[in-house]
Design a protein around this ligand. Structure first.
Ligand code: NAP
Length: 289
C-alpha cells in the first residue's frame, strides 16, 4: 500500500480502539484490490465525538466504522439513518454523501451471512438468544429478517429484559419476540433450532467459561445451530460443547468479516474480497483453519 496525496481515507472510531481488528482486514482488502485507500484506527473520546465527526467531514473522509462506545451516540450526528440502523438502534457504518453523513448498520448483514449460506428454511424455526445487550439487537433484527417463527431473548435481569422488549420502535417490534430469564432455558433449549451467544462469557482470557453448562447443552436437538459472537478464542468452549452434542457451530469471526465486507462494499461500490479479509484475521489471531 503506497500512500500519496490522492489516497482516500476510511477508518474506525472508538474508545479504546487499539484492539480493533478492522484495520487489519480492511487494509488487506484494499491492498488486494489495488485501491488508493487507507483504513485508519481513530481513537475518539465520548466528549469529542461531535467535533471529531465534523473534523472527519472537513478532511474528506469517505467513510468510517463506529464501535464501542459510540454506536448509539453517533446517530444524532447523521444527516440520514438507514431503516435497519433505526430498527437496531445503532449505527456501525457511516458513509459521506452529497447530503452529509449517512449511517447504517452492517452487523445484521454480518450476522446473517453464515446462516444464509446454510440454505435452510427458517419460517418454522425457533431462535434462542443469550444476552440482551447491543449485539443482541442486531441478532434479533437478523432473526426477524430470516423469518424465524420464534425469537426468544434470554437475560438475567427482568428490568433490562423488559426495557429490551419495549425499546423496539412499535412498528418494528418483531411480533414473534419474547423475553425470558435464564431459569426458562430447560424449556427453551430443546426447541431451539438456532442458539446464539451474545454474552461475553467465554471470551479471552476467560476461555474456560461458557454461558451454558455441558448438561444444558445436552438439551439441544441434534443438528441445531450454535452461533457464538465471540471470536477469541476460536472456537469458544460454548461452541466446542455444542458441537460435541451434535450441533453445527458458527463462530464470531464470520460475523466480523461479513459486517466489514458489507461496509467496504458500500464505500468502494465493488465486491469485497471476503477470503482475503478472513485470512488476514486468521493470520493476526494465529488461527489455523
Ligand atoms: P453488551 O451490550 O455489554 O451486552 C452483553 C450482554 O451479556 C448483556 O445482556 C449482559 O447482561 C450479558 N452478560 C454479561 N455478563 C453476563 C454474565 N456473567 N451472565 C449472564 N449474562 C451476562 O455487549 P455487546 O456489545 O452486546 O457484545 C456482546 C458480545 O458480542 C461481546 O463478546 C462482543 O465481543 C461480541 N460481538 C461480536 C461481534 C462480531 O462481529 N463477532 C459484534 C458485536 C459484538 P446484563 O444486560 O444483565 O448486564
Amino acid at each position: 500500500m503506497l500512500l500519496s496525496g490522492t489516497t482516500k481515507l476510511l477508518g474506525v472510531i472508538g474508545h479504546p480502539i487499539a484492539h480493533s481488528l478492522s484495520p487489519i482486514m480492511h487494509n488487506a482488502a484494499l491492498t488486494h484490490l489495488g485501491l488508493d485507500y487507507v483504513y485508519l484506527p481513530l481513537p475518539v473520546k465520548p466528549e469529542d465525538l461531535e467535533v471529531a465527526i465534523a473534523g472527519l467531514a472537513a478532511i474528506g473522509m469517505r467513510g468510517f466504522n463506529v464501535t464501542i462506545p459510540h454506536k448509539q451516540a453517533v446517530m444524532g450526528l447523521m444527516s440520514e439513518i438507514s431503516a435497519i440502523a433505526q430498527a437496531v438502534g445503532a449505527v456501525n457504518t457511516v458513509s459521506w454523501t452529497e447530503s452529509g453523513w449517512v449511517g447504517t448498520n452492517t452487523d445484521v448483514a454480518g450476522f446473517l451471512a453464515p446462516l444464509q449460506s446454510l440454505s435452510k428454511i427458517w419460517s418454522q424455526k425457533s431462535a434462542v438468544i443469550l444476552g440482551n445487550g447491543g449485539a443482541a439487537r442486531a441478532v434479533v433484527a437478523g432473526c426477524t429478517q430470516l423469518g424465524c417463527e420464534q425469537v426468544q431473548v434470554v437475560g438475567r435481569d427482568v428490568e433490562k429484559l423488559r426495557e429490551f422488549l419495549y425499546s423496539w420502535n412499535l412498528a418494528a417490534i418483531p411480533a414473534n419476540l419474547s423475553v425470558h430469564l435464564w431459569d426458562d432455558l430447560p424449556t427453551l433449549l430443546p426447541q431451539a433450532d438456532l442458539l446464539v451467544n451474545t454474552t461475553p462469557l467465554g471470551m479471552y482470557p476467560h476461555v474456560e467459561r461458557s454461558p451454558l453448562s455441558p448438561s444444558e447443552l445436552e438439551l439441544l436437538k441434534l443438528g441445531a445451530i450454535a452461533y457464538d459472537l465471540i471470536y477469541t478464542p476460536n472456537p469458544t468452549r460454548f461452541l466446542q460443547l455444542a458441537q460435541a452434542n451434535g450441533a453445527i457451530a458458527i463462530d464470531g469471526l464470520e460475523m466480523l468479516i461479513h459486517q466489514g465486507a458489507a461496509a467496504l462494499e458500500g464505500w468502494i461500490q465493488q465486491p469485497a474480497p471476503v477470503d482475503i479479509m478472513r485470512q488476514a484475521l486468521l493470520d493476526r489471531l494465529k488461527i489455523a483453519k
